[in-house]
Each structure stands twice: as structure tokens, then as C-alpha cells.
Write a protein that binds this ligand. Structure first.
Ligand code: COA
Ligand code: ZN
Length: 315
């Protein structure tokens, strides 16, 4: 398409790990981060501030966040489902905090035990809590999950999603994420939705978060690129899925996403060969978990001129 930079955020440590049975040690999680940064992937969602009894994998979220902040070159973010999670994230010193709610009321009730309307309202309380810390350098992202459909409710109305985005922007979101939590989106739907989202967001950044549940993950990335989106979430080996969405599967695969973007002449700053090394290490820690992906299976084509320029050199 063109020669621009596209941000790829690794969410394997958050979305990827929330369904995994093996609980990784804090040091392993930080090693994963260090290796991703060394591979050129500097944007990482490192953990989720949820109660440990809901997702035991994230019992060490404070330590992971603090450890991640000590890794040079890493731009760490974390997911929060409510005000309490946001306050915990602020306390660690994180500068990028991602709040999530679902456009589908049914999914939101299952996921965070309140209505979508309540979750939208709660975002204002999170903005106020951030302002009270006096730290305007904390960027607050707001993500809309099940934005393209829901396994429980079925259809999710596009106009409803856009109204939520507008409200979140008015409330002070610095960043918007649009998520296909359950892999219902198709490219036409993505192109249409993302054009409208970008018309609302102006100079605030927008990320797409796709799952490859039905095989359209990368096609949806392409459609979002076409609409003008330049930031994507993905997870190493396609790990992931929401524990509160029936039949959920993994995110789009980081290696394959970077391959698509670089093949289109876009720059991610990420070295795919190094990424495959990280994948091998993480897979060895998680026996029995599905690690999927075409590039890991088939290798890079001989004709692929890898772009290994570091992001900082591009910035
Ligand atoms: N971190 C740690 N503890 C938290 C918390 C958080 N983010 N939010 C609430 N708690 C604690 C409360 O302090 C309270 O503790 P107590 O029983 O000792 O008083 C307890 O959890 C219940 O609090 P409440 O506000 O009633 O929460 P809830 O039971 O209604 O659950 C959520 C709401 C949002 C915390 C829960 O549904 C959740 O964690 N959902 C996220 C699920 C997820 O990770 N989905 C995948 C990512 S999209
Ligand atoms: Zn997800």
C-alpha cells in the first residue's frame, strides 16, 4: 500500500495468557517482554488488572507491570476492566492503560458483570481518577469488544458501536481500540466500520484487535489498513481468546501479521526471524497450548526482503 509505519502491539501476555492453563512465572513473562523488544516489538500489553480469583494467571500483574517498566525500550500497557483495576495500574507507574467494555450488553454482563451503559459511564470515573493522580502522561485507551458481533447476542449494531466510541472520546479517551473478540467480522464490515471510527477519532490513535476464529483475521487487517488504520494487536503463535466468550480462539498471529504488513511495504520495525525464536521459547513454557501460524510452519519465502530496522530508528 505505502511506506508508512504500522504499530503492532503484542497482546500474547494478556489476551494470549488468559485462557492458558499453565501459569507462567513473573520472570518468564518479563523474559518474553525482553525478547520481544529485542526482536523490535516494543509495544506490549503486559498484563491485566483483574482479581486473581477470576484470572489466576494475572495474580502477579503488579510485579509484571513494574518489571516491564524497567525494560529499556519497552512501551508497556495493561488492560483494566474497571476503576479498581485502573487504580492498580496507575499505582504501578504504567503510562498506557487500556479500559475494555463490550458493545454487546450480554457479553459485557458475562465479562465484567455490569451493563454496557454502566461500563461506558464508569470510564468517566477512570478519567477522573487519572486526573486526580496529576499524571496527565498516563494515556487512557478505551476498547470496544464484540464490536462486530457476539457469540451470545448475535448481531451488534454498527451505529451502537459508533455511539459508544463517540461517548468514550467525549469522556476523554486518548486512544480507541475496536475489537472483534469472537471472530465474527468480515472485511467489508471492517472497512465500513473503521472508516466511520476514524472519522470520529481525528488525531487520537485507533487500534484494531482481531481474532482469527473463522480464518478472516488477516483479511480483516487488510481491510482496516485500507480504511486507514495503522495499529494492530496480535499475539505470538496466535495464542488467546476471551474466557467469557463461548468458542473463542486466539488472536491474529504476530508473525503472520508482521509478514503481511512488511510484504505490503509497510514498516513494523519487527524482525520476523527473531520473533520465531521468541515463539519457540514461549511455546516450550506452555506445553499442550495451540501455537498456530503459517510463517512458523512454512518459513519466510526466499524473495522476502526482511526489514529489521528498529522502531526507534524510524521514529
Ligand atoms: N482487581 C483486583 N480486585 C478487584 C478488581 C480488580 N480490577 N475489581 C474488583 N476487585 C475486588 C473488589 O475489591 C472486591 O473485593 P472484596 O470481595 O475483597 O471486597 C471483589 O473483587 C468484588 O468486587 P466487584 O466490584 O463486586 O467486582 P465483580 O465481582 O462485580 O467483578 C470484575 C467485576 C470486572 C472485577 C470482573 O468481572 C472481572 O475481573 N472481569 C474481567 C474478566 C476478564 O478478564 N475478561 C477478559 C478480558 S476482556
Ligand atoms: Zn481479544
Amino acid at each position: 500500500m505505502n511506506d508508512s509505519y504500522v504499530q503492532v502491539t503484542e497482546v500474547g501476555l494478556r489476551d494470549g495468557l488468559q485462557m492458558v492453563k499453565t501459569i507462567l512465572g513473573t520472570e518468564q513473562k518479563l523474559e518474553w517482554c525482553r525478547r520481544m523488544v529485542a526482536a523490535g516489538c516494543a509495544d506490549i500489553e503486559v498484563t491485566s488488572f483483574v482479581p486473581p480469583k477470576i484470572v489466576p494467571q494475572f495474580a502477579d500483574s503488579d510485579e509484571v507491570a513494574r518489571g516491564a517498566l524497567r525494560i529499556e525500550g519497552l512501551r508497556a500497557s495493561a488492560l483494566v476492566p474497571n476503576l479498581k483495576g485502573a487504580q492498580r495500574a496507575f499505582d504501578t507507574g504504567l503510562k498506557n492503560v487500556h479500559y475494555v467494555l463490550s458493545a454487546s450488553n450480554e457479553h459485557n454482563l458475562k465479562n465484567v458483570r455490569r451493563s454496557t451503559a454502566q461500563s461506558v459511564d464508569d470510564f468517566s470515573n477512570i478519567v477522573a481518577a487519572r486526573d486526580e493522580t496529576g499524571r496527565r502522561d498516563i494515556k487512557l485507551g478505551a476498547g470496544v469488544a464484540t464490536a462486530f458481533g457476539c457469540t451470545i447476542a448475535g448481531r451488534v449494531d454498527e451505529a451502537h458501536v459508533l455511539r459508544i466510541v463517540e461517548t468514550l472520546l467525549k469522556a476523554g479517551a486518548d486512544h480507541i481500540a475496536i475489537a472483534d473478540t469472537v471472530g465474527y467480522a468480515n472485511p467489508g464490515q471492517v472497512r465500513k466500520m473503521m472508516r466511520q471510527v476514524l472519522a470520529l477519532t481525528g488525531d487520537r490513535s485507533v487500534t484494531c484487535h482481531f481474532h482469527d476464529t473463522r480464518g478472516l483475521g488477516l483479511a480483516n487487517v487488510y481491510a482496516a489498513l485500507d480504511a486507514g488504520v495503522r495499529s494492530f494487536d496480535s499475539s505470538l503463535g496466535g495464542l488467546g481468546g476471551c474466557p467469557f466468550a463461548p468458542n473463542a480462539t486466539g488472536n491474529i498471529n504476530t508473525e503472520d501479521t508482521v509478514f503481511l504488513l512488511e510484504s505490503e511495504g509497510m514498516k513494523t520495525g519487527i524482525d520476523i526471524t527473531a520473533l520465531l525464536g521468541v515463539r519457540e521459547l514461549v511455546a516450550s513454557w506452555l506445553p499442550g497450548e495451540p501455537f498456530v501460524g503459517a510463517i512458523a510452519r512454512a518459513g519466510l519465502p526466499k524473495t522476502f526482503a526482511e526489514n529489521t530496522e528498529a522502531y526507534h530508528a524510524l521514529a
